[in-house]
Write a protein that binds this ligand. Structure first.
Ligand code: GLA
Length: 395
C-alpha cells in the first residue's frame, strides 16, 4: 500500500485549513473520484533548501528537503551527501524519522561514524589499506585500527558535494557531483563521480552512483543510513530478512578471510525474516569478531550486477517496512554495535544497537581477494551502481 490513508489525512487537513475543497463538497462518491487531483494540491511534490551550519573551514552547508505527493520526506545535505532524515508514516499514518542523525552539520563533523553518509571511494574495509594493481603497490589512508575504512578519513562522506535539484512529473531529486583527485586517500586516478538521489511518488528512494577514472582504481560506493523503523530505542525486536545463502566470515579486524560460508543452520541465517535479537547473543566466533552482526552477505543473484530485493526490514510495533534493493553482489549488515548511548541527535539517544545499517556493495577487501567479484574501474569504463529503498507499512 502507498500510504493512501496518510495522503487522505493530509488532503483533508489541507482542505480544512485552505478551504480548497469547493469541488468535493458533494456526495462521497464524487469526493472519491476527484481525490487523486486533490492529493497533488494538498501535498505537492516539492523541493526546498535551507542553511545547515558551517564547516571548520568556514564553508556554509545546505540541507535539501524532498517531499513526495504522499508526504514522505527525505532530507540530504551537500556535506558528505549525508541523508539527514527520512520521514515515513507508520500504520496509523503518523510520520516518524527512521534514520539516526543530526540537525546541523557541526555535529556530523564532530561525531563522524558515517551517519547517513555517501560512502566512497570504497565501502567498508581494505586490509592494511594495501593493494597491488598492475604490478604497483598502493598504500591507502589507515583510519580503522591499521585498516582502511569507508574511503579513508577524508572519504566522500566528509567532502562538500556540488548539488543541483531536479523535478520530474513523478519525482523530485538531487544530482551530486565531486572529483576525487589522483592520490586522494592513496587511490590512483582522477575519479569523477556523479550521484543521483530521487524520491518518487511510489514511495521509493533511488540512489544511482556513476564514476569514471583516468587510471585503474578500485571503486565500491554505497550509502550508510542508520535505520530504526521505530525512530528510537534498540532494534533487537525489529525483523530482518536478507536474501542470501552465504556470507563472508571475517578475522578479528573485520577483514574477510576469503571464504564464502553457508548461513544455513547458523546465527547468520536471515533467509527467512526473524528478529535481529533472536540469535545475536549466542556464543559464536564470528559474532565475537563483529561485536554482533557486522558482516557482508553474498546476495542470491545470478549475475554480479543483477537488480533484486536484498533485504526487508520490518518493525512489528509501528508496521513500517523498508525494502532495500540493489544491483550489487553483497550487502553489509551492521547491527549498531559501536553505538553506546553517548551521542544524541535530533532528540534521539543513539543507544547500543539502536539502529542498523544495510549497505549494498561489493565485498570488503575485494582488491586483495581474487575469488571476489572485481572492483577495479579502468579508464574508458563507467562505474555504475544503484540502490533503492521502498517505504511501506504492514497492517
Ligand atoms: C560499517 C562497518 C562497521 C562500522 C560502521 C561505522 O558498517 O562495517 O564496522 O565501522 O560502518 O561505525
Amino acid at each position: 500500500m502507498n500510504f493512501k490513508k496518510l495522503t487522505l489525512a493530509l488532503c483533508l487537513s489541507a482542505c480544512a485549513t485552505q478551504m480548497a475543497c469547493a469541488d468535493v463538497t458533494g456526495s462521497t462518491a464524487k469526493a472519491q473520484t476527484v481525490a487523486p487531483k486533490l492529493v497533488q494540491t494538498a501535498v505537492p511534490l516539492s523541493f526546498s533548501a535551507a542553511p545547515f551550519g558551517k564547516l571548520p573551514t568556514g564553508e556554509a552547508t545546505t540541507v535539501y528537503t524532498l517531499t513526495n505527493a504522499n508526504g514522505v520526506v527525505v532530507k540530504a545535505t551537500n556535506y558528505g551527501g549525508v541523508l539527514t532524515s527520512i520521514l515515513t508514516p507508520d500504520r496509523n499514518g503518523k510520520l516518524g524519522d527512521i534514520i539516526l542523525g543530526f540537525d546541523n552539520v557541526e555535529d556530523y563533523v564532530k561525531y563522524k561514524s558515517y551517519f547517513g553518509a555517501l560512502i566512497g571511494r570504497y565501502g567498508n574495509r581494505i586490509g592494511k589499506g594495501q593493494f597491488t594493481l598492475d604490478g604497483k603497490s598502493y598504500q591507502l589512508d589507515l583510519n580503522d585500527k591499521g585498516n582502511h575504512l569507508h574511503g579513508g578519513s577524508k572519504g566522500f562522506w566528509s567532502v562538500l558535494w556540488d548539488v543541483k535539484p531536479f523535478k520530474t512529473e513523478t519525482s523530485v531529486g538531487l544530482t551530486l557531483t565531486h572529483t576525487s583527485p589522483d592520490g586522494d586517500q592513496g587511490y590512483p586516478g582522477n575519479l569523477k563521480v556523479t550521484v543521483v538521489y530521487e524520491l518518487t511518488n511510489t514511495d521509493e528512494f533511488f540512489i544511482r552512483y556513476s564514476a569514471t577514472t583516468d587510471k585503474p582504481t578500485p571503486v565500491n560506493m554505497t550509502q550508510h543510513p542508520y535505520f530504526n523503523l521505530a525512530g528510537s530505542g534498540e532494534i533487537l525486536n525489529q525483523e530482518l530478512m536478507i536474501n542470501a545463502s552465504r556470507y563472508t566470515p571475517v578475522d578479528g579486524g573485520l577483514i574477510p578471510t576469503g571464504e564464502l560460508a553457508a548461513v544455513a543452520g547458523t546465527v547468520f541465517d536471515f533467509s527467512t525474516s526473524h528478529t535481529i535479537g533472536k540469535m545475536i547473543g549466542q556464543p559464536n566466533e564470528q559474532l565475537k569478531n563483529g561485536g554482533g552482526y557486522d558482516h557482508n552477505w553474498v546476495l542470491n543473484k545470478k549475475a554480479t550486477n543483477e537488480w533484486g530485493l536484498d533485504a526487508r526490514f520490518y518493525d512489528p510495533a509501528s508496521g513500517r517496512v523498508l525494502d532495500v534493493s540493489s544491483d550489487q553482489p553483497g550487502i553489509q549488515f551492521y547491527s549498531g554495535n559501536f553505538l553506546d548511548g553517548k551521542i544524541t541527535g535530533k532528540g534521539v539517544n543513539f543507544v547500543y544497537r539502536g539502529a542498523i545499517c544495510l549497505e549494498p556493495q561489493h565485498f570488503p577487501d575485494s582488491p586483495n581477494k581474487s575469488n571476489f567479484p572485481t572492483t577495479i574501474l579502468k579508464p574508458g569504463e563507467v562505474y555504475a551502481a544503484k540502490i533503492g529503498y521502498k517505504f511501506d507499512v504492514k497492517k
